[in-house]
Ligand binder design. Sequence first.
Ligand SMILES: Nc1nc2c(ncn2[C@@H]2O[C@H](COP(=O)(O)OP(=O)(O)O)[C@@H](O)[C@H]2O)c(=O)[nH]1
Ligand SMILES: [Mg+2]
Length: 164
Amino acid sequence: MFSLFYGLWKYMFTKMEFHVLILGIGKAGKTTLLEKVKSQYSNLEGLPPDRIVPTVGLNIGRVEASNTKLVFWDLGEKVLRHEDLQGAPLLILANKQDREGAVPADELAQYLDLKKLNEREYAFQAVSATDGLGIKESVNWLVDAMERSERTDTLRVRAGSSVV
Ligand SMILES: Nc1nc2c(ncn2[C@@H]2O[C@H](COP(=O)(O)OP(=O)(O)O)[C@@H](O)[C@H]2O)c(=O)[nH]1
Ligand SMILES: [Mg+2]
């Protein structure tokens, strides 16, 4: 009986944790973005842009948003079509919006043919990793999309959740 209630309690009060892959070509601003997210969602100061060096290996950042834990993986590999990422929500960021001539998010949406990524929820968001424009909106979208994603349920079952 105790374990039943303990399981229920754990289920209700343990924060969900989602992992987010940050993918993009070199110099797109992935590391700068991660540092900005970290500085907006924690008390720690993110690295200032002039101290960010090209990423070697992995750069991982943890933040908490809307009672949810997010783990960002700054990688830069072509993994989107990998079967393990089937159905994972996709947020496409049009970064460097502070720069004159930056491609707006809706224009970017026209360039990218995302119909091939069927069964995947996706959205476009204009951001500036240096100014912080659009960062909160991006993280909110990620949290919402991952919470309502069927993939989340599938992964939870696959992980053999200890919840009753
Ligand atoms: N103007 C501007 N520059 C940016 C922005 N995001 C990143 N950068 C710059 O782009 C360069 C590459 O950024 P970095 O985060 O190292 O890119 P990564 O290779 O994708 O990790 C750096 O000089 C950054 O300061 C942005 O939103 N606006
Ligand atoms: Mg980097």
